[in-house]
Design a protein around this ligand. Structure first.
Ligand code: G3P
Length: 215
C-alpha cells in the first residue's frame, strides 16, 4: 500500500520523507491556509522533497476555469496531480485533463457512485473521505469497500486514495481491504509506528544490557 502525507507543512513532509516511507503528498486549500503560505510556493517546495504524485487543488467552479488552473499547476512539475472536486463541472474538467495527459484526483467523494463516475471520466485517483463520513454516523470504510468492488468489477485503473483519515485503524482497515493508497496527516503517520509494548520492550532490553558483565 502506498502512503501519502496529507499536509501542506513542508517541514513535516521533509521529516517524514527522510524515513523513506512517503510515496506522495495530498494538499487542499484548508491545509495550505493552515500553513499560512502561498499555495503555489508550497507545491513548488513539496515536489522537490517527495518524488511521487503531489496533489494540488483547483478552486474554480466551472470546467473551463478548472482546466485553466490545471494547466498552470501541471507546469510546476511532472509529478503534479490536479485535485478536482466531485461535481458535474469537475468531471467535465477531468475528462479534458485526461485528454491532455494531466492526471487528476477527484476529491470530496462521499458515496461510491461518485467514485465510479470519476473513474469513468478518466480520473487517475479518487479520494473517498472516510473521517467526515464517520463524523455523520456513516461508515466511511464501508463506502471505500463498495467503491473498490465497483472499480474492480469494471477493471478501472483509477486508484483509490483513502482520505480524511483520522486514526491508525483507518489505515489498517484500508490495507486489509487492499486500498491502493492512504493519505495520512502527520499525527496518524507517527501513530502508525507506535505500540506501548515496543517502548516497554526497548527499555527492558536497555536495562538488562546494563546487567551483562562487561569484558
Ligand atoms: O485529503 C482530504 C483531507 O485533507 C480531509 O481531511 O480531516 O479535513 O476531513 P479532514
Amino acid at each position: 500500500m502506498k502512503i501519502f502525507l496529507d499536509t501542506a507543512d513542508v517541514e513535516e513532509i521533509r521529516q517524514a520523507a527522510d524515513m523513506g516511507l512517503v510515496d506522495g503528498v495530498t494538499t487542499n486549500p484548508s491545509l495550505v491556509a493552515k500553513a499560512g503560505r502561498v499555495y503555489r510556493e508550497v507545491v513548488e517546495e513539496i515536489v522537490e522533497i517527495v518524488d511521487g504524485p503531489i496533489s494540488a487543488e483547483v478552486i474554480g467552479e466551472m470546467a473551463p476555469a478548472m482546466v485553466a488552473e490545471a494547466r498552470e499547476l501541471a507546469k510546476i512539475h511532472k509529478n503534479i496531480v490536479v485535485k478536482i472536486p466531485m461535481t458535474p463541472e469537475g468531471l467535465k474538467a477531468v475528462k479534458i485533463c485526461k485528454a491532455e495527459g494531466i492526471p487528476t484526483n477527484v476529491t470530496l467523494v462521499f458515496q461510491p457512485l461518485q467514485g465510479l463516475l470519476a473513474a469513468k471520466a478518466g480520473a487517475a485517483y479518487v479520494s473517498p473521505f472516510v473521517g467526515r463520513l464517520d463524523d455523520v454516523c456513516q461508515d466511511g470504510m464501508e463506502m471505500v469497500a463498495e467503491l473498490g468492488t465497483m472499480l474492480r468489477n469494471y477493471d478501472y485503473d483509477t486508484e483509490i486514495i483513502v482520505a480524511s483519515v483520522r486514526h491508525p485503524l483507518h489505515v489498517a482497515q484500508s490495507a486489509i481491504m487492499g486500498a491502493d493508497i492512504v493519505t495520512v496527516p502527520m499525527k496518524v503517520f507517527r501513530q502508525m509506528f507506535n505500540h506501548p509494548l515496543t517502548d516497554k520492550g526497548i527499555q527492558a532490553f536497555l536495562d538488562d544490557y546494563q546487567k551483562i558483565p562487561k569484558a
